[in-house]
Design a protein around this ligand. Structure first.
Ligand code: CDT
Length: 303
């Protein structure tokens, strides 16, 4: 067996004026709790260092850019990196990343995976950016990810670490079957997914009562249909008046939820994730080599 003792570190709300240093301090406290439970890996949410800022229309780009990091680790997160390295624990978290490549400035909704030696071993940029690009004043709150972030040109990938292959995705990505299948085809045995999901979806409010269901439906279906562990981690609770769902969960390759958060605040849940269990599904019903029929799926990759 190849067991990764995994902690999903759900975070409660982060207010607009909470500093990154304060958010990182909360992350260190969660990391310490996870360490006491023997965790090898701690997974934090999407945009873990700040409030979920795409809810606000900010006409001045400088106000938007104030939520972005230009280097990682940085002054606010170096204690987190140092503590994890001292404990030999791997961790992942999301943040707004501003970087330069191809001679241009880019802004990504990013998640990094850091190994037990403190090295960044994976950097994933969000592919499926939800929401809208323009200010829509009729909404009680905005969802301006399409305005503030570039969609990733880098796709999905899995890295060798923790004795297996680990992949990442971010929030809205978890609703798309293509995300999990791409990651599974890249060899991922475990997928780390942080999220910020408002309970209220202004364009279709009649689905508000289904938010928790759709969250788990997506995580569980993705895990089962690809025979991999899925770690879903919320930023939860009432954040600046916006109700974010919780329900952080560790899902086995069978699609079963092994453990689930009980609160809407900072909370650790832990499970022993045996990567060898992927074979329970991948050597049977979803044996890709035997049963998959890509020649029948041509529309999926077509534009
Ligand atoms: N952060 C993020 O991607 N949230 C979306 C909200 C719904 S779309 C406006 C999600 O898919 O959970």
């Amino acid at each position: 067996s190849r067991v990764v003792r995994t902690a999903a570190a759900q975070m409660g709300p982060i207010s607009r004026d909470e500093t990154r240093a304060s958010a990182a301090e909360r992350m260190v406290a969660l990391l310490d709790q996870a360490a006491r439970q023997g965790a090898n890996l701690v997974v934090f949410p999407e945009l873990a260092l700040t409030s979920f800022f795409p809810r606000w229309f900010m006409p001045d780009q400088a106000d938007v850019d104030a939520f972005f990091e230009t280097e990682m680790p940085n002054a606010a997160t170096e204690t987190l990196f140092a503590r994890a390295r001292a404990l030999g624990i791997a961790f992942s978290f999301g943040y707004a990343e501003m970087c330069q490549h191809d001679g241009k400035l880019h802004r990504y909704n990013t998640a990094i995976l850091v190994d037990g030696a403190g090295q960044i071993v994976d950097r994933y940029r969000k592919v499926h950016l939800p929401g809208h690009p323009e200010h829509e004043p009729w909404r009680p709150f905005q969802h301006l990810e399409k305005r503030y972030f570039d969609p990733s040109p880098f796709g999905f990938h899995a890295v060798d670490t923790l004795g297996g292959k680990i992949g990442q995705a971010i929030c809205n990505d978890r609703r798309w079957p293509e995300t999990y299948r791409e990651l599974a085809l890249a060899g991922a045995e475990m997928v780390l997914i942080g999220y910020n999901t408002p309970r209220h979806y202004p364009p279709a409010p009649k689905h508000d009562h289904l938010q928790d269901f759709h969250n788990h439906l997506s995580l569980q279906a993705g895990a089962y249909a690809n025979g991999m562990w899925v770690i879903g981690v919320a930023k939860a609770g009432i954040e600046e008046g916006c109700d974010l769902i919780g329900g952080s969960a560790i899902v086995a390759p069978t699609g079963e939820i092994v453990v689930q958060a009980q609160t809407l605040g900072d909370e650790i849940i832990v499970a022993d994730c045996d990567l060898d269990r992927c074979a329970e599904i991948r050597a049977n019903i979803f044996d890709f080599a035997k049963h998959r029929r890509p020649e029948a799926y041509t529309r999926i990759a077509a534009k």
